[in-house]
Design a protein around this ligand. Structure first.
Ligand SMILES: [Ca+2]
Ligand SMILES: [Ca+2]
Length: 383
């Protein structure tokens, strides 16, 4: 009976140890649930010409972990992965062939079951690599097998930080799997390549970032699994996915070890396709882009957005109308006094107008009436 109790206790201990290992970090085991809360650091835009599609990475005290995802054709042969350990593209391998401009100081060349770790020596434009005297596949690397997921394949691996030498806050990384695919995209002449934080716990582990259509505006929602030293989030909007305009800031929770949810409403959404970016800044001033999402406005019925233009005695009125019609726009205070009134001939679709108006701080009521619609919004004016 006593023996049985000891066995059960030991079993419970190992179960708990396993649970905590899962919760706290990455385990190289071919199961990828441990990566759920970690955002994709890079997604290839290369389309079908690359079999690799995206990369996640995570650093803890001892290792840097990588998660590589690709289409169903990935079947790694000879893999080269390059690490710019000192986060300096002017040291190490600079130019010769892919990955030109990386400044890689370390190269791993091999497969999932064996290979060699090299240090770069010689001129930056030379393919000159010397096998590491101390870091080997056996003592520094750990790979999972390739795992079939639905419609894609993935594998994970880790490299010991001790194999890399002295690092800064970030390393830069690229991978070239023979002709199977590259991350980042082939011929991407960007000296930074993929920047991977290596100082331990990520400031913020993002679970999700979504945009949803509301009657007035777009609701941006996100949640975090953990936050460390997190000062704030910034939200950006873009019409083209490359030039982003800041639309708002939300204070972070500083430190959190449980799921936290946030939201922000963009009251000036763009018609059609737009992009939203979520950035995070920690108290050291380090900024990370956590995610970028696409959003397509779903406005189908007459709606309007009204807001004061920052620092000016001007207001902007944006209207989407489902038809050509006459309309009356009015702004009134809470006592019913009309502050602004305009008759507007609406065209079908989007339209906007800027009106001179000296707004006083507080709540106003804005209405838009047409023969078939009467829309009311409460407006909070800022001075
Ligand atoms: Ca795993
Ligand atoms: Ca370097």
């Amino acid at each position: 009976m006593k023996k049985r109790l000891i066995f059960l206790s030991a079993f419970a201990f190992f179960m708990l140890a396993g649970l905590f290992a899962k919760a706290d970090g990455i385990v190289i085991d071919g199961s990828f649930t441990d990566w759920t809360a970690i955002p994709h650091l890079h997604t290839n835009n290369q389309g079908s010409s690359s079999r690799y599609t995206s990369l996640k990475a995570f650093g803890d005290a001892d290792n840097i972990y990588f998660y590589i995802e690709g289409n169903t054709e990935i079947s790694p042969g000879i893999i080269d992965f390059y690490i710019d350990v000192d986060n300096n593209p002017n040291t190490g391998f600079i130019s010769d062939q892919y990955v030109a401009g990386s400044g890689a100081d370390i190269l791993y060349e091999g497969g999932l079951t064996g290979g060699t770790i090299y240090n770069h020596n010689g001129p930056g434009n030379g393919w000159s690599w010397t096998p590491s005297a101390t870091a080997t596949y056996a003592n520094s690397l750990s790979f999972s097998p390739i795992v079939d997921l639905s419609g894609k394949k993935a594998y994970e691996f880790s490299i010991k930080k001790s194999a890399l030498g002295i690092m800064n806050t970030y390393v830069n990384f690229a991978i070239n799997d023979g002709n199977q695919g590259t991350i980042p995209e082939n011929n991407l002449n960007d000296s930074k390549f993929i920047r991977i934080p290596v100082t331990g716990t990520l400031p913020v582990k993002l679970i999700s970032f979504n945009a949803s259509n509301m009657a007035l505006g777009v609701k941006l929602s996100w949640s975090t699994a953990t936050e460390k030293n997190n000062s704030h989030f910034d939200l950006y909007r873009s019409a083209d996915g490359s030039t982003f305009e800041k639309i708002g800031t939300i204070t972070g929770l500083v430190n959190s070890n449980s799921k936290r949810s946030y939201s922000y409403t963009d009251n000036r959404p763009l018609p059609g396709l737009s992009y939203y970016q979520l950035k995070q800044t920690d108290f050291n001033g380090t900024t990370e882009v956590l995610d970028i999402i696409e959003y397509r406005s779903e406005t189908k019925q007459t709606e309007f957005v009204f807001y004061k233009m920052s620092g000016q005695d001007l207001v902007e009125l944006r209207i989407y109308s489902d038809t050509i019609t006459g309309s009356l726009f009015q702004l009134s205070d809470l006592s019913g006094k009309i502050l602004l009134s305009r008759q507007i001939n609406l065209v079908a679709g989007d339209q906007s107008m800027i009106l001179p108006f000296r707004a006083s701080a507080g709540i106003s009521i804005a209405t838009l009436s047409t023969p078939s619609n009467f829309i009311v919004h409460k407006i909070m004016m800022e001075q």
